[in-house]
Design a protein around this ligand. Structure first.
Ligand code: SF4
Length: 278
């Protein structure tokens, strides 16, 4: 169930009598869980919408929606899926005190990855999430890879449960889902041989689907670690010429992927430009 926050006048929603607080329950009998369901299931020209008005009255609308005519409904913000990782370089943990509350939310949400270009690790996907990404064609996704070796990646994410990212991305690629990736580079951990392997998509031959794992890169210096403590990483990320230089050294990222990386940074805004996972 999702709830209406506001309704634009002179819209389909306004004509139906939807008001703030209306619960949108189902479209064509399919339960609505979030904004993705709302947007995808109401994209048809005709559908049945089940709703519950703030008065408690249950209503079913038979809607004909001429192409391009907006529903005019703004939904209450979704509940953000939180991150279950514990990276030493977490940008959220490194935030100074006193900022807006949302800046301290450690999100890891594939929906926001598709919608806003937030980077997600895909470590918290359930089987039904996988099906949904494919069904709704949530492409491209923005993925924090960090390492294609499963053990190294789990160590970097501090998450022993993190799935192996290479088969995961391969599974998506086979189903037509594209992705842009980023790496936070920790010298001595995921550079050197591991970095070269990652540039080939984690596979010795670097096949086509694996090459999709090219993308943005963030260099994080171990020297920036406060002695004996966790990283206050937000201000320690190194970008710009270093990333360019690395790209040239790798030689494996196509101009397409390079453009993809820039689009990713542009879509995700300042946070993604710094390689943030949020
Ligand atoms: S850097 Fe991203 S994935 Fe890692 S702990 Fe922070 S929010 Fe989670």
């Amino acid at each position: 169930m999702i709830r209406v926050q506001s309704v634009a006048p002179d819209s389909i929603g306004g004509e139906l009598g939807l008001v703030p607080g209306t619960e949108l329950v189902a479209v064509n009998g399919r339960a609505l869980d979030d904004f993705l369901d709302w947007e995808f299931l109401t994209a048809d020209e005709r559908f049945l919408l089940a709703a519950r008005l703030p008065t408690g009255e249950e209503v079913e609308y038979d809607i004909e929606r001429p192409e391009g005519l907006p529903m005019g409904v703004t939904l209450e913000p979704p509940r953000i899926r939180r991150c279950g990782n514990h990276c030493d370089f977490c940008f959220v943990d490194g935030n100074p005190e006193g900022l807006r509350t949302p800046l301290y939310i450690r999100d890891d949400d594939y929906r926001l990855s598709f919608r806003y270009g937030n980077f997600a690790t895909l470590t918290n996907l359930k089987p039904w999430d996988l099906e949904r990404i494919v069904e709704y064609r949530l492409s491209p996704l923005y993925v924090s890879v960090h390492a294609t070796d499963a053990t190294i990646r789990r160590w970097l994410l501090r998450n022993p449960e993190a799935p192996d990212i290479v088969p995961q991305l391969g599974w998506f690629a086979e189903r037509g889902i594209a992705f842009h990736t980023q790496v936070v580079l920790v010298p001595g951990v995921n550079d050197g041989v591991e970095l070269e392997r990652r540039a080939r998509g984690g596979r010795p031959d670097g096949d086509a689907s694996a090459r999709r794992t090219g993308g943005a890169m963030v260099l994080w210096s171990r020297r920036s670690l406060p002695s004996g403590g966790r990283a206050a990483a937000g201000s320690r990320v190194v970008r710009g010429f270093r990333a360019t230089r690395k790209r040239r050294r790798l030689g494996a990222l196509s101009s397409d992927q390079d453009r993809g990386g820039r689009r990713s940074a542009s879509r995700a805004g300042r946070d993604a430009h710094r390689g943030r996972d949020r």
